[in-house]
Structures are given as structure tokens and as C-alpha cells.
Ligand binder design. Structure first.
Ligand code: ARG
Length: 565
């Protein structure tokens, strides 16, 4: 809290005490509001919130309280208006804030997470299929949440829980042996894996015994059949080769690649534990945990044939992660379609008495569609992520060429802006909302888009390259456009904290958009370069603070800093 805010709260507290009631400074701070319009001051106290305790009319309180603030350092003046007491800080406060911002030092914030660990399970595709639009959310939201927690000082473990173990792998093995070869796989890559998987589906409709073969093949795999393991490893290598390309384009890396297969041998102990704790019930031959008390369908632990299920594996995996990382939080980013699954097995770990059950977090998000088209998986008619990226990059390139034909770094910038546009789109509204992409809404340089943020960042960077900021600005009095911008920039730290608390990257993207709008207003209203003297020095300093903070936002969101566009 700034000194002046502390002083205000103390004085309000004293005033209330003098009236025979009580309000601590900590309680007082909760009453304060930041007026949307800076003409109404920098802070405001809505006195109607006090009128009940003090049995006094709000306007009476406001004008009486105003007397306590007649000569307070750092406070220019106060105004009592219609039950509000408005505080005006004066320009020194803003200049101090600006010099704080210019330090670009967030080590205080980083102390809040020091020594704590968050494990983040995100992206986690099922192998042998290319990335499609459905993978975008988990991948970019997970990465942004990781960056947010890093910024807050947490030790982050980005974990890719590859879907590499299940009956689908049995199907792939059968299909491979029937209709493909190592040579074909090596040359065609993941497309070949998709082709034979689709083919398997078609053939199995005609000949259902293929499904039995697939189950048998998976059982062989589980029993350690070497030939099958080798084929499976090949599928995995080829898939990873493909995924890595996409992760590289997105600038995302993982600390751990523990796929589902890793946990196979860790499940029996969990099943035993469930049994010992008398949580397992036999239902029609299957083993379940009854969750009716919690208004949920039962969690399925073992199928009738004794094979394990998705929840079983997740419980074993969480247990292993706790033992390995001693996490303070373990979060999972998936579509909201899996919310019940997580609620169920989280509850099971609680029933097992795991002390870490309370630290499990599900981060769900809404569906993503493109131009109104829902993705139809299985049919083969899916929107591939790399196609979306390629198209976005081509469109970005066209716009950039139009603006500036002779750009040296055209390729790099087009890639940064095209991919950034898609990433920003996925992060710009509350994650739980459904998102429908349109090219206009994603790529326009003027709307609430990634290109708008990157363009504004580049504009600030370009001003700074051309300016010479060597002097001070002690005598300068900032204009309203400028103080408004400083006020917004000062909300950055608080915004990151909120984003961490809510696992909500859109707090950052919205904040970045607000900064851009205010900066562009400032840019158009106030001449920067050539304004001369302290005015120019102040404006360059402000521009520099904007660049720092927008850069931080781009980093957190997982977008590239574009020094020029
Ligand atoms: N592989 C799963 C899918 O594609 C997502 C895994 C999410 N993580 C987890 N621990 N269940 O739907």
C-alpha cells in the first residue's frame, strides 16, 4: 500500500473512533474506491458505507471528515461531493509512482510464491493425432498460468501428461501391423498414424472382431511384449516430433513429459489402498467408489475385466506427483467437458484422507470454434492447429507488407504477430466462456486483439529508439491523460495477483488492452518527441514504463515482444 493510502486509512479510522465507533485501518482500506474518472479524484471514500455505524448522513460525514485532511503531505486536496470524499494526490505522487514503475522490479511480488511449488498439467494430447483447435485452450492457458505463477515467484513444474496408454494404442498397433510399415511411418509421420486409425474405425464397423484384437494387443503391451513396445515407442517418437514443432512455434516448453504410461505400475498400490480403506464397492462386476453422498455418479476404478480407468490413473499420478514434488498446488487445465471427472477423483483422494487433496485444482475452459464451425473430431473433418497458425501468419504478413513493404524482419514479425494473434484470442475472454474465432476479430490491428497489443508495444519501442531520455522532470506537472495512464500501470502487480488467484490469464490480456488504449490516447493527445525539456523527458519516461509493462504482459501471455512492426 502506498504511504498516502496508509495515512488516509489511519485518519479515517481515527475519525470513526472519535465518534465512539470503531473501524481499523485494514477495514477502512476495503471501503476505498478508485473513481473511474480521475476528475473525481485518485481515491474516494463512499461515506454512506459509514452512515449506519455513525448514525449520520453521508454528506455530513464527508464534509466533516474532509477537515481531517487539510494539510496532509502528498495529498493535494480533498473534496466532499454528495456523500463521497474524494482525494486528489497531486503530481508528486504520480512522479513517484512513475519512478517506481521504471525500476521494473517485481521482486516483492516474487517473494509471495518463494519456496512454493505448483505442478501444472496442461496440453497433454493423446498420441498419434495431430493438434487441432481443441488443444489450443489447454496449451496456451496452461502456459500463461505457468508464467503468471512464475512471476509470483513459484517454482513451476510444467507437465505434459501425454495420453500414451490405452486401448487406442492397441487399435493403432493392430492397424499398423495390417496396413502400414515403419518406412511409411518414417516418411509420412503422424499423418500416417491418423490415416490408419481412421481406417481401423471404418474396418471395425464391418468386422467387430478387430476390437477384440485391439484389446488383446493392448494387453500384450501391458504385459511387456517387446515387439509391441517397440512399435508403441515409434508412435510416440513420431507424435512427439510433430508436437515439438508446434510447441516451438508457440515458444512453450515442458519440464516433465510423464505420459500416462508412466503410472501403470503405480496403480495397483492405489487400488489396494482404496480397498483397505473400504472405499471400493463392487457394482455389476466393476469396482467403483460411491459418490452419491456428494451428488455425483460413482468414480470408476476397475472395469469388470480388472483393467484400470482414467480416474484410477489420475489418482495414482497425483499421488506420485505429491511424493515427487511436494507440491503446494497441482492444477489441471482441460476443457470444461472433463469437470465431472476431476470433481469425482478429487473427492476420492479426499475420502482416502490425502492431505494434498485440498491442493488439487481443476482449471476448465469453454469450447473453441472457428468462424462458427465446431470441430468435429473422429470424422477426420477437424481444424488443425498448424493450419490455423499458417493462415494467421499469411494474413499477418499481408497486413505488414501493406504497412511497410521493405521490412527487414518481415518473416519473424509475421510469425510473431500471426501466432500471437491466435494465442491472444484464446486468452482474451474469461476462460470458461466459449470462444468463436473469426479472422477479423483475431487479426485486426485496431480491435481488442493481439496485433493491437504488439503494435502498441512496437510503437512505444520505436519512440524510445528515437528519443533521448537523459534528463529529469521534477518541475513538470502531468496532464490528466498522463496521470490516468500511470494509474493504470500501477494496477499491474495487483492484476497479476488476481490472475494467479483466479487462474485467469484474461485478467492480464484485458489489462494490456486497457494500457494500450490509454497509451494510444496519450500518444495522440500529447506530443512526445520534440516537445522539449522536462515535458519530453517525462513523456519518454512514461513511454518507457508502458513498454516495460506491455512487454511483461506479452511475456506472461506467451507472445513475442515485437520491437518493430
Ligand atoms: N489426454 C487427455 C485428453 O486429451 C487430457 C489429460 C488431462 N490431464 C489429466 N491429468 N487428466 O483429453
Amino acid at each position: 500500500m502506498s504511504d498516502i493510502k496508509t495515512t488516509i486509512c489511519e485518519k479515517v479510522s481515527e475519525y470513526v473512533a472519535s465518534k465512539g465507533a470503531s473501524l481499523s485501518p485494514e477495514e477502512a482500506v476495503l471501503l476505498l474506491e478508485t473513481p473511474a474518472d480521475s476528475k473525481l479524484g485518485d481515491l474516494a471514500l463512499p461515506c454512506f458505507k459509514l452512515s449506519k455505524t455513525l448514525r449520520c448522513r453521508p454528506d455530513g460525514i464527508a464534509s466533516e471528515l474532509a477537515l481531517s485532511f487539510e494539510s496532509v503531505e502528498g495529498l493535494e486536496r480533498v473534496e466532499a461531493v454528495g456523500g463521497y470524499l474524494n482525494f486528489f494526490f497531486g503530481s508528486d505522487k504520480y512522479k513517484n509512482d512513475l519512478s517506481e514503475l521504471l525500476k521494473d522490479d517485481y521482486s516483492k511480488l516474487a517473494e509471495t510464491g518463494a519456496g512454493k511449488t505448483i505442478v501444472l498439467d496442461f496440453s497433454s494430447p493423446n498420441i498419434a493425432k495431430r493438434f487441432h483447435l481443441g488443444h489450443l485452450g489447454t496449451t496456451v492457458i496452461g502456459n500463461a498460468v505457468r508464467n503468471i505463477y512464475k512471476f509470483c515467484g513459484y517454482n513451476t513444474v510444467a507437465l505434459n501428461y501425454l495420453g500414451d496408454w490405452g486401448t487406442q494404442n492397441g487399435k493403432q498397433i493392430v492397424a499398423y501391423k495390417k496396413w502400414s510399415s515403419r518406412e511409411k511411418l518414417e516418411s509420412e509421420g503422424i499423418k500416417e498414424l491418423e490415416r490408419i486409425y481412421v481406417l481401423f474405425g471404418k474396418e471395425a464397423e464391418k468386422d467387430p472382431s478387430l476390437n477384440d484384437q485391439a484389446r488383446a494387443a493392448f494387453r500384450e503391451l501391458e504385459n511387456g511384449n517387446e515387439e509391441y513396445l517397440e512399435i508403441w515407442q515409434l508412435f510416440k517418437d513420431i507424435s512427439l516430433r510433430e508436437y515439438t514443432k508446434t510447441y516451438e512455434r508457440l515458444g512453450i516448453d515442458f519440464d516433465v513429459w510423464d505420459g500416462e504410461s508412466l503410472y501403470t505400475d503405480k496403480m495397483p498400490a492405489i487400488v489396494d489402498e482404496l480397498r483397505e480403506k473400504e472405499l471400493l464397492k463392487i457394482d455389476d462386476g466393476a469396482s467403483i467408489v460411491d459418490l452419491s453422498e456428494y451428488n455425483m455418479p460413482p468414480a470408476l476404478i476397475l472395469k469388470r475385466d480388472g483393467s484400470t480407468l482414467y480416474p484410477t490413473r489420475d489418482i495414482a499420478a497425483a499421488n506420485y506427483r505429491y511424493n515427487t514434488y511436494k507440491f503446494d498446488k497441482c492444477a489441471y487445465v482441460t476443457s470444461a467437458g472433463q469437470s465431472l471427472h476431476f470433481a469425482q477423483w478429487f473427492k476420492v483422494t479426499e475420502m482416502m484422507g490425502k492431505e494434498w487433496a485440498k491442493d488439487l485444482v481443476h482449471i476448465p475452459y469453454g469450447t473453441m470454434s472457428f468462424g462458427g464451425e465446431k470441430l468435429a473430431s473422429r470424422t477426420g473433418n477437424i481444424i488443425l492447429l498448424n493450419d490455423v497458425f499458417d493462415e494467421a501468419v499469411a494474413k499477418a504478413r499481408a497486413i505488414i507488407e501493406e504497412k511497410n513493404v521493405a521490412h527487414e524482419n518481415k518473416e519473424w514479425i509475421s510469425e510473431a504477430v500471426g501466432i500471437g494473434a491466435v494465442v491472444f484470442s484464446a486468452l482474451s475472454s474469461s476462460r470458461i466462456k466459449d470462444t468463436n474465432f473469426t479472422w477479423e476479430g483475431t487479426l485486426s490491428f485496431e480491435g481488442n486483439t493481439g496485433p493491437y497489443v504488439q503494435y502498441t508495444y512496437a510503437r512505444a519501442a520505436s519512440v524510445l529508439r528515437r528519443g533521448n531520455s537523459a534528463g529529469g522532470y521534477d518541475g513538470y506537472t502531468p496532464e490528466a491523460t498522463e496521470t490516468e495512464l500511470i494509474r493504470k500501470l500501477c494496477e499491474f502487480e495487483e492484476t497479476v495477483k488476481r490472475a494467479a488467484n483466479d487462474y485467469e490469464p484474461s485478467h492480464i490480456s484485458r489489462f494490456a488492452l486497457n494500457v494500450c488504449t490509454l497509451f494510444n490516447q496519450f500518444y495522440h493527445n500529447c506530443r512526445i518527441l520534440g516537445s522539449g525539456g522536462e515535458t519530453e523527458q517525462f513523456r519518454l519516461a512514461l513511454t518507457s514504463a508502458v513498454r516495460n509493462i506491455l512487454g511483461r504482459c506479452l511475456d506472461i501471455l506467451g507472445m513475442k515482444r515485437t520491437e518493430e512492426i
